[in-house]
Write a protein that binds this ligand. Sequence first.
Ligand code: NAP
Ligand code: MN
Length: 267
Amino acid sequence: MSKKILIFSSGTESSVQAEKTLREKLDKEGFKIVKEIDDDVELIVCIGGDGTFLQAVHKFDFPKVPFLGINTGHLGFFQEIMPKEIEGFIINYSKGKYRLQHMQAVHGTVTRGKKEESFTGLNEILVKSNANSTIHLDISIGGGFIEKFSGDGILISTPAGSTAYNYSLGGSIVDPRLSLLQITPIAPMNTIAYRSFTSSILLPPDLSLGVVPDQDWQKGGIKIAFDGFSKEYDSIDKIEIKLSDKIVDLVRFETYDFWDKVKSKFL
Ligand code: NAP
Ligand code: MN
């Protein structure tokens, strides 16, 4: 072990306080603390809430180094410990008494003419209209056309993101030990004029989702969002979405259990 730890903090008052405590204790144990990533960094400690963790994941571009979250934020679903547990974390971490939870990301490629742009989301990728009008999307699975979606948009969530926006939209909570993508409709229309699936659908890891926005309905533009970041386009030819090769690892201690966490944060 290199004993080099990166600290990423939300900068709120409670995060600044937790960082101070953490620095003092890590220093005593002989760890070197840094702010930027390099090959010697063995752990990224993220102080804040889930939003802070997602920012760190994107800032360091889905690094191979594991993350440990200290929750000073609101929900902190990804975060493993509270500031008062810093001492215990250092002891258990130093003894190697932890395991890694693997979370697979989702990858999207947007094609416009000859141009291609890629996005990665740990929680999800969202496709929606940029205007207040409905969006119409030709959806294919594994290359075969399946439906013309009409409504506000679709959200493609990973198991890790299933408890975020996906859950608010009525999607299912998925144990991150499963490898799949969940496509959840946002306000799907069902009339004699338009017909779309009303429930989420689940895709196995080897199938990709194709999305072709109806050219006549792109006047207001299209928004692609991923983990709270977003990009707007005037028009898009097609979007391909599949599970990513990128995996984010979270340090979890003996007491961690996914379903205990769900219960404690949602019920
Ligand atoms: P935010 O607007 O502060 O996030 C909304 C809430 O989602 C926060 O309470 C956040 O936790 C929580 N959250 C994020 N990832 C989660 C996960 N995997 N499981 C359970 N809860 C999670 O924005 P943010 O903090 O930057 O997070 C970005 C995420 O917000 C997006 O990826 C999207 O999933 C979600 N979002 C949700 C809605 C909705 O539910 N209607 C709308 C837009 C975006 P913290 O309080 O700890 O930050
Ligand atoms: Mn947040």
